[in-house]
Design a protein around this ligand. Structure first.
Ligand code: G6P
Length: 476
């Protein structure tokens, strides 16, 4: 679908994201990083973004580069001030909460708004010189919404696509953002704008229309001035076969044996999330406590493992949540536990991917109950990790993007409803093997086709110029 054009032109891929996964010896990359690397490997190209480092002053043209096979990893440092205002500020205290429907947790500030657009300009300045005339540019996530427009300002006429990994709310919510119109104009500067679900697409198209920036056509394209852009959903997937194999092999891991021994026959419920208020951790713990209150006979016979690596701790709302969840877990264990039973096992550390897949496979129930989530790949990995003969049950929030694909097999819950979620836990723990297998098969049918490779291939197929444009890249 893409790669060198018919003219033999060298069409490379340029991936841009705030964080760049430069491969490091001994470190295991996440599923998305592996997939994007696979995309880059197939055509050669560049992965560009922030190095994760800060320094006092940034030379406008300096870059760190590292060549790995056909892929160049190019990163830039940022000043401490830029990180505070662009990353911790506008990206994570304005865009993130608003896109997760949390106006109550958002904080707006003019300096940070300006820094956001300024850092995007800096990225564009550093990137522009690296892009060849027929390269495809693929920009990722909310940190970089204005990057396409900033590249256009520098004269780039390449095909440039954008994919938003998080939700896009309706105009009633998202219009509260400072710089709202400028964000929409930024998005309209891309050739392809991709979202996780059709719901996000609908919201975005309404935003464009209500602001008078675009008109949607029946073929799914949107006319913006004299240009036509494609706005579509590309639900992100996982390496389904790879995860299944990893989970299958986990039987031999010492972590699996230790965990099994510690369970002593108890039923296992598992939740794995970054420590983020969008994940519904407090509501989930409340639901589990409600389950124990409704089924006291199950005390001592179940165990709930919650793995929650700390995230964005420098953002005050996250630091506050860390304290709240820790307190809540302590209180629940104190009030519901016994001298020989801890109801909730709570970890705030990172756990290796292979260990996680093993834990998923052992679990009877996967609790994926975010208050809002773009997709949620834990839900998908949990399903793919199960033993086909004796699979566990997925309890999934209706507010996760994954619910659109997995509703046929998961128990869908409203995460705010503790009693309803507690009932779902009870139903999951009592479900017959026949029903579990049937539900699991339904979900696996989806996951076997909507893989992460299909995701990037579909996106790049949409982004690649039509055959007749290939030999003469457009210069309009
Ligand atoms: C979400 C976002 C990603 C982000 C990740 C981790 O998945 O969609 O863009 O990289 O969270 O957050 P962090 O702030 O640590 O990069």
């Amino acid at each position: 679908v893409f790669g060198p054009g018919p003219s033999g032109g060298n069409q490379r891929l340029i991936v841009v994201s705030n964080r760049v996964s430069v491969p490091r010896a001994g470190a295991s990359a996440g599923g998305l990083a592996v997939a994007l690397e696979a995309a880059l490997q197939s055509s050669g190209g560049i992965w560009f973004g922030w190095s994760g480092e800060t320094r006092t002053a940034i030379d406008a043209d300096s870059l760190h580069t590292q060549q790995v096979g056909p892929v160049t990893f190019a990163t830039t440092d940022l000043t401490r001030r830029d990180v505070e205002d662009y990353y911790l500020g506008y990206s994570n205290r304005a865009l993130w909460p608003v896109c997760h429907y949390r106006l109550d947790l958002s904080r707006f500030n003019e300096r940070e708004t300006q820094a956001y657009f300024r850092v995007n300009d800096l990225f564009a300045r550093k990137l522009a010189g690296l892009v060849g005339p027929s390269d495809l540019v693929w920009v990722h996530d909310y940190h970089l919404i204005p990057l396409g427009a900033a590249l256009r300002d520098r004269g780039l006429t390449n095909r440039i696509g954008f994919f938003l990994h998080i939700p896009w709310p309706p105009p009633e919510v998202v219009s509260a953002l400072p710089g709202y119109r400028r964000l929409l104009q930024g998005l309209a500067a891309y050739d392809v704008v991709g979202f996780q679900t059709e719901r996000d697409v609908e919201h975005f198209v309404r935003c464009l229309e209500e602001e008078g920036l675009g008109t949607s056509e029946d073929d799914g394209t949107v006319v913006v001035g004299d240009r036509r852009i494609e706005v579509a959903s590309f639900p992100i997937g996982i390496d389904t076969e790879g995860v299944a194999e990893m989970a299958d092999k986990s039987v031999g891991l010492s972590s699996t044996r230790r965990m099994l021994a510690s369970l002593e026959g108890k039923r296992l419920l598992i939740g794995v999330d970054r420590l983020d208020y969008s994940k519904g951790l407090r509501e989930r713990i409340r639901s589990y406590v409600a389950y124990l209150a409704a089924h006291p006979e199950e005390k001592g016979r179940v165990s709930y493992l919650q793995i929650t690596p700390k995230s964005r701790s420098e953002v005050p709302e996250y630091a506050e949540l860390e304290r709240e969840v820790a307190t809540q877990v302590g209180e629940a264990n104190g009030a519901c536990g016994d001298f020989d039973w801890t109801p909730i096992r709570y970890l705030t550390q990172n756990v290796p991917h292979a260990t996680l897949m093993g834990l998923y496979r052992m679990a009877d129930v996967g609790l994926v109950t975010p208050l809002r989530d773009g997709m949620n790949l834990v839900a998908k990995e949990f399903v793919a990790s199960q033993d086909p003969q004796d699979p566990g049950v997925l309890i999934l929030s209706r507010y996760a993007g994954a619910a659109f694909e997995l509703e046929g097999g998961a128990l869908i819950v409203n995460p705010y409803d503790a009693v309803g979620t507690a009932e779902a836990i009870d139903r999951a723990l009592r479900m017959s093997r026949g029903e579990r297998r049937e539900r699991w098969e339904t979900m696996m049918d989806v996951l076997r086709t909507h893989t992460v490779n299909a995701w990037w291939q579909n996106f790049l197929a949409a982004l690649s110029p039509a055959e007749d444009e290939r030999s003469a890249p457009s210069s309009s």
